[in-house]
Each structure stands twice: as C-alpha cells, then as structure tokens.
Design a protein around this ligand. Structure first.
Ligand code: NAD
Ligand code: UD1
Length: 336
C-alpha cells in the first residue's frame, strides 16, 4: 500500500513518515520545501532504514500532482501541506487562503481524477474558536478567530461537501492540540524559520543560547499558576494517530473528526519547569502582557479517537521535554 504524504518534510510530516514507513506502507512525499528541509527526509530514511520517494513540487500545481499519481499507485493521502503561522495569517490572509485552500482543492481534484478516495487531513483545535467548556469534544460548535483558523474550518467544510457528494470517500479530520517534542533519536524535530511563535521551540532556543529569555505572555489567567494552559501532545504520539487514521480510512467510509491531544492541560510555567528538569539548563524568563486572542486553558476530550481509532497518547510532558532537548542540543540551528 502506498501513502502520499503532502508536506511530509515538515515537523509533523517527517515524524509521520517514520511511523507510516514503520507500519509497513510505502511512502511518497510531495513538498515544496517552503518551510522545511530535504535533510529531514534523509534522516527519516536513516531512522527507519527504509527509502521513500520524494517529489519537490507545489501541491497547488495539478500537473505536478498528476505526474505523481501517474507514476505511483497511491492508495491514500495524508495532507499536511499548508502554512501555519497565525500572526502572519492576520497580516497576509490571501497568502493563507491561496496556499491552504488552494493545495486542498487541487489535491482533491487530482485524487478524483485517479479514483483515490481516502484522505487524512491536518486540522487543528483552532476550529473550536473560543470553546464554551472543557474538555473540548468533537461535536462542540466550530468557529474561527483568525484567517489561519478559517482556512482549517473552510477545508473541513470542503471535505464534508466532498463526502456528501460521494459517500464512497473516507475522510479523517484530525484536530491536533499542541504538538511538541521530537523523535527519540534526536535526528528529526521542529526547525522553525525565524523567531518561534510557539512556546516549546522558544524555550528550546533559549536553552541553546539562540534567544536570551522566555517571554511569558500573562500571569493573570484563571489557571493554577496564572499562566496559560494547553494540551501539549508528543509529535510521535500524534504521528502514530495518523497510522490509526489511515487504518480507519482503509476499513470505513465517512467524514469524521477526531481530537488528538492528551486530555491534560499544562501551564507555561509547568512546561518551562519540566524543560529545566529534563535538560539541566536554566530558562530565564520575564512576565509580559497577555498575547491578544489567547485563552486561559484548552484541553481535549480524546475519547472518540480512543474508541473509534483505538488510539491514545502514551508519552508525557517529561518525554516531550527530554526529546525536544535532545533534538535542539544536537541540532542547535535545526536543519540549517
Ligand atoms: P510545517 O510547516 O513544518 O509543515 C508543513 C509542510 O508543508 C512544510 O514542509 C512545507 O514546506 C510544506 N508546504 C507548505 N505549502 C506547500 C505547498 N503549497 N506545496 C507543497 N508543500 C507545501 O508544519 P507542521 O507543524 O508540520 O504542520 C503540518 C500541518 O499540521 C499544517 O497543515 C498545520 O496547519 C497543521 N497543524 C499544525 C499544528 C502545529 O502546532 N504544528 C497544529 C495544528 C495543525
Ligand atoms: C498556537 C496558535 C494555534 C495553533 C497552535 C499550534 C495562536 C493564537 N494560536 O496555539 O492556532 O493551532 O499554536 O501551532 O497563535 N506563550 C508564551 N510565550 C511564548 C509563546 C507562547 O507565554 O513565547 C504561551 C501562550 O500565551 C499560550 C501557550 O504559551 O498560553 C502556548 O502558546 P503557543 O505555543 O503559541 O500555542 P497556542 O497559542 O495554544
């Protein structure tokens, strides 16, 4: 069985390539390397001892996709390709609509042409907008609070329409909470371009001296220590969730959403402290004002993923910090 992984050179994509290869599938990656490095794929091959096929191409390019589908007998697709920076999406919304929605529409049209009807899509907890209560379950109302979130919401709608028009499709909408961590080999991990927007890469770059101190965005939230709380999930657990979703897609039709998280919240200060313990390196910090749009706490109910996919997270915050540290220590400048 052959799985096409769009955006497979990226952070979550590269870890998913490892798990999909280890599960015995053939892997074909398409990525334009706009936010990633070819080195990630070389390291995937090193970790697994297996080879994958790589096409450097833009997923919006339907001719390039046709060539990939013609040259490979693709059975299912995992679709990661897209942009993900919330702040940039507010400043440059069209860039996000063009890339995120454009990639999905061109991919679905070529899948249609080749009769491939199984897709696992990278959605996000951001589709819940400002949730009314915790934990968040899949049937809670959806809304978007920024253009990036709107692209995820629109793509989910496009995929639901795709299924409604042809019930032969299998579509898994995976709503990730906060993916962090790295493969335990320390060979692949998150390598953001520029100054990181997200908490964990910021902490790990302070640890290796690329940044001087952590800016904690607000200490007056309604949480145990006043700092924001999120449901962090180890990227390897998340990657294994994709293997389960692919297995589901091979045995079911439907369009189903699944939360992938741990169901537990961790505050900014708890994550910082766990990282200090795991690395033995101090992380100096200052308290800054709240970041606009941030909520007190967000955490998932993952009951549906457990009962339907047979998946649940197994790695904890200490594993996430230990593995992030190993990756960042050995690769202080990421893949550069
Ligand atoms: P990433 O930027 O590391 O990976 C995305 C990959 O897609 C990159 O390799 C990039 O080069 C590629 N890409 C982008 N546009 C492309 C195009 N037009 N054609 C071909 N390749 C293209 O991001 P990630 O963290 O691995 O996220 C993967 C997916 O998961 C994204 O869709 C993201 O929105 C979603 N997601 C991520 C998070 C997170 O916290 N990392 C949370 C929720 C959802
Ligand atoms: C962010 C995105 C979300 C996306 C997710 C994963 C925003 C508003 N939301 O979620 O759409 O799906 O990333 O990519 O950008 N924090 C600090 N200092 C920092 C960075 C973060 O204190 O330097 C705090 C934040 O206030 C928050 C927590 O750390 O309480 C986590 O932040 P972050 O890693 O950016 O993730 P989210 O905001 O949950």
């Amino acid at each position: 069985m052959s799985i096409l992984i769009t955006g497979g050179a990226g952070f979550i994509g590269s870890h998913t390539c490892v798990e999909i290869l280890d599960a015995g599938y053939d892997v074909v990656v398409v990525d334009n390397l706009s936010n990633s490095s070819r080195k990630a794929l070389e390291r995937v091959e090193k970790i697994t001892g297996k080879t994958l096929k790589f096409y450097e191409a833009d997923v919006r390019n339907t001719d390039a996709l046709r060539k990939i589908f013609s040259e490979n007998s693709i059975d299912a697709v995992i679709h990661f390709a897209g942009y993900k920076a919330v702040g940039e999406s507010v400043r440059e919304p069209l860039k996000y609509y063009d890339n995120n929605i454009g990639c999905t529409v061109s991919l679905l049209s070529v899948m249609d042409e080749f009769g491939v009807k199984r897709i696992v899509f990278s959605s996000s907890a951001t589709v819940y907008g400002i949730p009314e209560k915790m934990p968040i379950t899949e049937e809670m109302p959806l809304s978007a609070i920024n253009p990036y979130g709107r692209t995820k919401l629109f793509i989910e709608e496009i995929l639901r329409d795709r299924y409604n028009a042809d019930n032969g499709w299998s579509i898994a909408l995976l709503r990730y909470f906060n993916p962090i961590g790295a493969h335990k080999s320390g060979l692949i991990g998150e390598s953001p371009k520029g100054i990181p927007n997200n908490l964990m890469p910021f902490i790990s770059q302070v640890a290796v001296g690329r940044l001087t101190e952590l800016h904690v965005f607000g200490d007056d939230y309604n949480t145990s220590d006043g700092t924001g709380s999120r449901d962090y999930i180890h990227v390897v657990d998340l990657a294994k969730g994709h293997v389960k979703a692919i297995e589901w897609a091979f045995t079911h039709t439907g369009c189903e959403a699944f939360n992938l998280g741990t169901g537990k919240g961790t505050t900014v200060m708890e994550l910082r402290d766990a990282f200090v313990r795991a690395s033995g390196v101090d992380i100096p910090y200052v308290i800054d004002p709240r970041r606009p749009g941030d909520l007190d706490e967000l955490y998932a109910s993952c009951d549906k993923a457990k009962s339907v996919l047979g998946w649940e997270a197994t790695l904890n915050i200490n594993d996430m910090c230990k593995d992030t540290w190993l990756w960042q220590r050995d690769n202080p400048n990421g893949y550069d």
